[in-house]
Design a protein around this ligand. Structure first.
Ligand code: AMP
Length: 561
């Protein structure tokens, strides 16, 4: 089967991930539990088929690249700069705290100080994939909290690039094996400083190269290709740039694949084609992200849970509790609200790919005992399993907490229009924004918007705004549903729209309800639940075109007299 090991690995990985993901979903567990389990099954520690252990992590790396590229597409240099004041100290202090705790556990287990440092570092850095997937699922990436978390992740990523380079240079000092190549430069004692300077220099050169050359070339290429009108070529261009820049920057500048991909995305984000570029990579990104979890599962030896349960628990406590407390303290020290602090803590309360690389390097330098790597792996898998549960808990407590924080800060004033006849608009996106502008000054208006940041924009623009999901009765109540004369449902999801309309009809039979639809089936559903009108975007575009068509029939010039 050697010649087909790549195919076998992909098929087994995706196939089993699908089966176990579906089962997990059925049991109301997070799907990634299923993916990890699929990985354990095709891994070397369980009987039966064993997938290729060299190929699986490489496939996973493609997932990391595409994910980071996608995040870059939603980021600008300005965003990155805006969060640096909290992300840099935050990441540094958190890494420091985790390393000290890891060192403590290592010493307690009777390992060397060098082992402790590697172990602690490995426990300190969160997994890109786990963090981004959690944020993306909740549409948090583009919120203030999400941006801090991503900035924090980038700083950690940079710190790990440094750690991976410096570790071999420092290995001798820490009591490990100094690699032979390093011996020649180390005799001056300048090896460490030199390695440090070279690494920093390469990162700076990489960033400068991307900002000066990449920034001109990449958007140019993309525009040229977009003008060819070939969707296939455009898709290919996006993929080629994402993968090419990631690989090239790793090969030339020694930065991680993830960092290279992030910069490629960030530069593309300045082009107006970025949204389209993001959409083109979605299906591949999701498929490879699944393989990421499978490949982690493959590394896991379940026996370690029986062999060293207490050490595993201690490592897990450092990752989930220790790191979270450190992050919480720092974010609060920067006077950010508790909701932000909790989101960041939970996002980072796990470890993944970088930790394995670091632990693997530690073992190969004879710094870290094999046991250490097993603990890192067990800690990673358990913390990744716990993470969705922590997020589910956050989803429950956060909305109330944010509402209270805003009320305390005087940011959510009473809605005066709600008590009189008014128009009620739900959703302030592409559709809702235009509706709000059109209604301004003509009628008392209340807007409901789910996205916290967008709701802030609305208030700044002078609209009376309720923030929250309009599916919830209390949100509708606050917006004065019973007094509304007109209800405009401008949310994209027709099922949510139907649930909103149902409540509106029950509370307010006389209200004129206009809803947003995509298909004829939506129109039927929305009208059945009580909408007065349901509009399909494409039909309205056609009407708009016809409204601009020639008014009179041109004089006929043919025919006989
Ligand atoms: P667009 O598709 O660009 O018109 O954006 C839709 C807008 O509606 C976004 O700003 C969403 O945050 C908002 N939205 C979507 N669902 C809801 C909901 N159930 N309640 C309130 N706002 C929503």
């Amino acid at each position: 089967m050697h010649h087909t090991s790549l195919i076998a690995t992909i098929v087994a990985g995706l196939g089993l991930a699908f089966v176990f993901g579906a089962i997990a979903n059925r049991l109301k567990l997070p799907v990634l539990v299923g993916y990890l389990l699929a990985g354990v099954l095709v891994g070397p520690f369980t009987p039966g088929y064993v997938a290729d252990q060299e190929l699986a992590p490489q496939l996973a790396e493609i997932g990391v690249i595409l994910l980071m590229f996608g995040v870059g597409l939603h980021f600008s240099l300005k965003d990155l700069m805006a969060v640096k004041n909290i992300a840099i100290p935050g990441a540094v202090v958190q890494i420091g705290a985790a390393t000290v705790m890891g060192l403590g556990l290592a010493v307690a287990l009777g390992w060397s100080v060098g082992a402790g440092v590697v172990f602690g570092l490995a426990l300190s850095v969160a997994s890109t994939v786990v963090l981004l997937r959690a944020l993306q699922e909740r549409r948090l990436i583009e919120t203030g909290r999400g941006k801090i978390a991503v900035g924090w992740l980038i700083v950690e990523d940079l710190a790990m690039v440094l750690a991976l380079v410096l570790l071999p240079a420092l290995s001798g000092v820490l009591g490990g094996e100094a690699p032979a190549t390093q011996g020649a430069t180390a005799f001056l004692g300048g090896g460490v400083m030199a390695a440090f300077a070279i690494t920093i220099g390469k990162v700076v050169a990489f960033v400068a190269f991307m900002l000066i050359v990449g920034r001109r070339v990449i958007p140019w290429v993309l525009h040229r290709i977009a003008h060819t009108g070939s969707r296939e070529l455009f898709r290919l261009a996006v993929l080629a740039i994402a993968l090419g820049v990631a690989f090239g920057s790793a090969a030339l500048f020694g930065v991680s694949f993830a960092l290279g991909a992030f910069f490629a995305g960030m530069i593309m984000a300045e082009s107006e084609l970025s949204q389209q570029a993001a959409n083109e990579t979605l299906p591949l990104r999701d498929a490879f992200a699944v393989l990421f979890f499978v490949s982690i599962g493959m590394l896991f030896d379940p026996m370690v849970l029986i062999r060293e349960p207490l050490s595993v628990l201690a490592a897990l406590a450092i990752i989930v509790v220790g790191k979270s407390i450190a992050a919480l303290v720092i974010v609060l020290a920067f006077r950010r609200p508790m909701s932000t602090a909790l989101t960041i803590s939970v996002s980072l309360a796990q470890i993944g790919e970088f930790s394995f690389i670091l632990a693997g390097l530690g073992v190969s330098l004879k710094l870290l005992p094999e046991d250490g790597r097993d603990l890192v792996l067990a800690g990673a898998i358990l913390s990744i399993l716990l993470n969705p549960l922590l997020f589910a808990w956050l989803d429950r407590i956060l909305p109330g907490m944010i509402a209270k924080e805003r009320a305390a800060a005087g940011e959510e004033p009473a809605i005066t229009a709600a008590a009189q006849p008014h128009a009620l608009l739900i959703g302030y996106g592409r559709v809702g924004k235009a509706v709000a502008e059109g209604l301004k000054g003509k009628t008392p208006l209340v807007v409901i918007e789910d996205d916290v940041e967008r709701a802030d924009d609305l208030r700044k623009a002078g609209f009376e705004t309720v923030s929250g999901n309009a599916v919830k009765p209390e949100v509708l109540l606050k917006a004065g549903l019973d007094k509304a004369t007109h209800l405009f449902v401008a949310v994209p999801n027709p099922f949510e729209a139907a649930r909103i309309i149902e409540q509106a009809r029950a509370a307010n039979p006389g209200c004129e309800i206009v809803a947003r639809a995509y298909t004829d089936a939506d129109v039927v559903l929305l009208k059945q639940t009580g909408a007065t009108h349901a509009l399909i975007g494409e039909e309205e575009i056609a009407k708009g075109m016809l409204a601009r068509a020639p008014k009179k029939k041109p004089a006929a010039s043919s025919g006989h007299h």
